[in-house]
Design a binder for this molecule. Structure first.
Ligand code: NAD
Length: 461
């Protein structure tokens, strides 16, 4: 069945906006991605994706060549909004000083959308303005109000607001957008829900080429709900995942004391269908561009309502402790860290991305620097950005160069390049006590110990 082709505007061409825009163009829609960052727009127009996201550059090139994906600066916003059926807001919502989400980017975009919609402009169907940015409950209504305000008291062309929270993971953003576990859309009337269902129909029905995903096809659940619930689903999902990691970290810490091995424990509990095996990997804890700020925003929202969330408080406390446990493990075997060469393997917050926002490596590097260690870092893609962010960090671009002369190595991010390191080679390059603190339980302890390395994992007996 032919799909209905929509004109789509995506405001904010970052990890989320660009993946959304390119994937919608791949499905057949006509998409313009807009960004306030002129350098970013120029780079995209020239065919370069300005961050590391596997498969995205190819998809952008293919859909741009097919004439379905284009880019513009925000000076083009009014034209795009007027001609669009659906406009996504996919700008950053960083953590504000009090922990709550800083909505200034969303506010500015909503006002600009309002000013573009000012005046009578007959439309075939109402424009659907979709909040894809992660925003607190109530933001949908807030955005509606700002759009009207942006019109400066004039009539506003027909528009409806929907919430469509994003669940993609950096490092597999294209795959996650095309093959999501579910699509959630919230709105307070039926019309935007229907428009969004039509927009996503090829994903829901999987009616497009699926060579990327060999799994047997089933339809993707399309969850429709009200605005407030959709907004809450996003925060609740991230808070739950962060809690799951903190939970297994607590169990791992007890395993270390009792002699149990958390790897087996995680397998044993994860096979329970009610629990599930993912997100049960202990180590240095969660970080990244979303979990810390989203958990903080949820706690801030609870505070606003005078509501206590002790479980979330503990989730954060446990996570903070895990960072400290890296230092403890180093000190236990090195005694003092002063003048010790300590290598952080992996700097991005997770593998397959260059994103350093909320990366544990940054916190750990700062702590080690404060303790007088010589901190060296290696990352397959995030090295240059990390060096800029942390002048005290010496960044090397070959893992063996980094390891040479190290007293200790900390596996911070489990990139394949790091999992695949040769333990014998590492042992030959390192200085006593040849300590490896495996912050992701990513290495095979037996082969590293056999090579003469003092291996310390998390909760591994
Ligand atoms: P990002 O920083 O990669 O991209 C945001 C983009 O918005 C930037 O390119 C920035 O220049 C642009 N921008 C900011 N203000 C603008 C304005 N006024 N007009 C036009 N463009 C503007 O951010 P991201 O990681 O893509 O996240 C976007 C949103 O999606 C956030 O709310 C985030 O919490 C949420 N989210 C992110 C992920 C993720 O893994 N990155 C996953 C799910 C949800």
């Amino acid at each position: 069945m032919p799909i209905e082709i929509f004109e789509v505007g995506v405001i904010g061409a970052g990890y989320v906006g660009l993946a959304t825009g390119a994937c919608l163009a791949h499905l057949g829609h006509r998409v313009t991605c807009l960004d306030i960052d002129e350098e970013r727009v120029t780079s995209l127009v020239e065919g370069r994706v300005p961050f590391h996201e596997p498969g995205l550059e190819e998809l952008v090139a293919r859909t741009a060549l097919a004439g379905r994906l284009s880019f513009a600066g925000t000076e083009g916003l009014a034209g795009v909004v007027r001609g669009a059926d659906v406009v996504f807001i996919a700008v950053g919502t960083p953590q504000g000083d009090d922990g709550s989400a800083d909505l200034s980017n969303v506010e500015s975009v909503a006002r600009q959308v309002g000013s573009a919609l000012a005046g009578p402009a007959p439309r075939e169907r109402p424009l659907v303005v979709v909040n894809k940015s992660t925003v607190p409950v109530g933001s949908g209504d807030y955005v509606s109000g700002l759009i009207r305000e942006g019109a400066g008291g004039e009539d506003v062309a027909d528009f409806l607001v929907a919430s469509n929270p994003e669940f993609l993971r950096e490092g597999s953003a294209v795959y996650d957008t095309l093959f999501p576990d579910r699509i959630v859309v919230g709105a307070d009337s039926r019309e935007p829900l229907e428009t969004m269902r039509m927009l996503y129909e090829p994903i829901i029905g999987q009616t497009f080429p699926t060579e990327m995903d060999p799994r047997p096809k089933t339809t993707v659940p399309f969850v429709t709900t009200d605005l407030a619930s959709a907004e809450m689903i996003k925060y609740a999902s991230n808070a739950f995942l962060a809690t799951k990691i903190s939970f297994i970290n607590e169990i791992a810490n007890l395993c270390e004391l009792t002699g149990a091995d958390v790897s087996g424990v995680a397998t044993g509990i994860g096979l329970d269908g009610r629990i599930g095996s993912r997100f049960l990997n202990p180590g240095i804890g969660w970080g990244g561009s979303c979990f810390p700020k989203d958990v903080a925003a949820l706690r801030a929202a609870a505070r606003e309502y005078g509501h206590e969330m002790p479980l979330l408080d503990a989730t954060v406390t446990v996570n903070e402790r895990q960072r400290g446990r890296v230092i403890q493990k180093l000190e236990q075997d090195l005694h003092t860290l002063r003048d010790k060469r300590i290598v952080l393997l992996g700097l991005s917050f997770k593998p397959n991305t260059d994103d350093l926002r909320g990366a544990p490596s940054i916190e750990i590097a700062r702590a080690l620097d404060d303790l007088g260690a010589k901190v060296v870092g290696y990352d397959p893609v995030a090295g240059k950005a990390a060096a800029k962010l942390l002048p005290a960090l010496q960044v090397l671009f070959d893992p063996n160069d980094a390891i040479e002369g190290a007293h200790a190595v900390v596996v911070v991010t489990e990139w394949e390049e790091i999992r695949d390191l040769d333990p014998k080679k590492a042992a030959s390059l390192m200085l006593e006590p040849k300590l490896v603190v495996d912050g992701r339980n990513a290495l095979d302890p037996a082969s590293w110990r056999e090579a003469g390395i003092l291996y310390r994992g998390f909760g591994r007996g």
